[in-house]
Design a protein around this ligand. Structure first.
Ligand code: ZN
Length: 295
């Protein structure tokens, strides 16, 4: 692996199309990118600085800072979400929670986003227990934002626009696991309350099959950033493309794992194939559920 410098990252992200003033939703695997400074904390501080240099004071960065969720009725847990609880969304989440004191963390108990810059208050205003977890995504699209997939161009991850489109088309409340997960949070009246996860987009493992549609409309640019492949998308264009795919050809986005309930256990993606799916997979699903409860 070649040593990656900060200047190289700045140049490569500019080449990819990140510009001053952008509203940029960033999902990242920083380990894949491979930039390391003299300490772990300095590396995270550098990433905050890199994006501030790229976007300037007029730009806005939005980073998922999600929190743990738990199986309703069965799992015991002490976790209570507040603005200060850690995120399990990786290093970039940690960077913005720890080293960007002027960033605003949304109040959604499971799927908060943290944003910094011009539109951060506006984005945080639709991020909370009263909103769908995908509302900040919709806001980024409305603001004409871009999606940077930093080091996560692979066969597992998708642009955030996929879940945004699932929400637009009413797919997020019909996932078989909708309503099964929860966490606790402190409500406005100071009471600790339960929050139940109703919206669930699910598996993103087949969405890479829609890259061709993006490429033919010039809606995405791919390029190396550090040691790994990244992508920058126009969120509005990507929304239109995926809306079209998922309306007219929804089975395209199924992943290759035929035991996946999200792709093969939902009528809208697998049609009458769901009958065969549940005949085949029900014993395994029950065993998995029991193991989760007991274990
Ligand atoms: Zn799947």
């Amino acid at each position: 692996m070649r040593r990656v410098s900060k200047d190289q990252i700045l140049d490569q992200l500019r080449d990819l199309g990140v510009e001053k003033g952008d509203t940029l939703f960033v999902a990242a695997d920083l380990m894949q990118v491979g930039y390391f400074s003299r300490s772990a904390n300095q590396t995270l501080k550098d990433w905050v600085e890199i994006f501030h240099t790229l976007l300037g004071d007029e730009g806005t960065i939005v980073v998922p800072t999600y929190s743990p969720s738990f199986l309703r009725f069965f799992q015991k847990y002490d976790f209570v979400f507040t603005a200060d609880t850690p995120s399990d969304s990786g290093s970039l989440a940690k960077a913005y929670l720890k080293f960007a004191p002027d960033a605003i963390r949304g109040k959604h108990p499971i799927n908060s986003c943290t944003s910094r810059g011009r539109y951060s208050s506006e984005i945080a205003s639709v991020d909370g227990p009263k909103f769908s977890k995908y509302s900040p995504y919709s806001k980024v699209v409305e603001l004409g934002g871009k999606n940077l997939m930093l080091g996560i161009v692979d066969e597992r991850n998708s642009p955030f626009t996929f879940h945004h489109v699932q929400e637009l088309l009413g797919h997020t409340t019909s996932h078989p696991f909708s309503g099964l997960l929860e966490t606790k949070y402190i409500a406005e009246d100071g009471q600790t309350k339960r929050f139940i996860q109703r919206e669930l987009g699910g598996c993103t493992g087949g969405v890479h099959k829609a890259w061709g549609y993006h490429l033919s409309k010039n809606a995405v640019k791919f390029g190396m950033v550090g040691n790994s492949m990244s992508a920058l998308l126009d969120a509005k264009q990507s929304t239109e493309i995926l809306k079209d795919v998922m309306t007219n050809n929804p089975h395209l986005i199924k992943c290759d794992d035929r035991s996946c309930i999200s792709c093969y256990g939902r009528y809208r993606y697998n049609g009458f194939g769901v009958i065969g799916y549940y005949c085949r997979e029900l014993p395994r699903l029950i065993a998995k559920f029991v193991k989760k409860i007991v274990g």
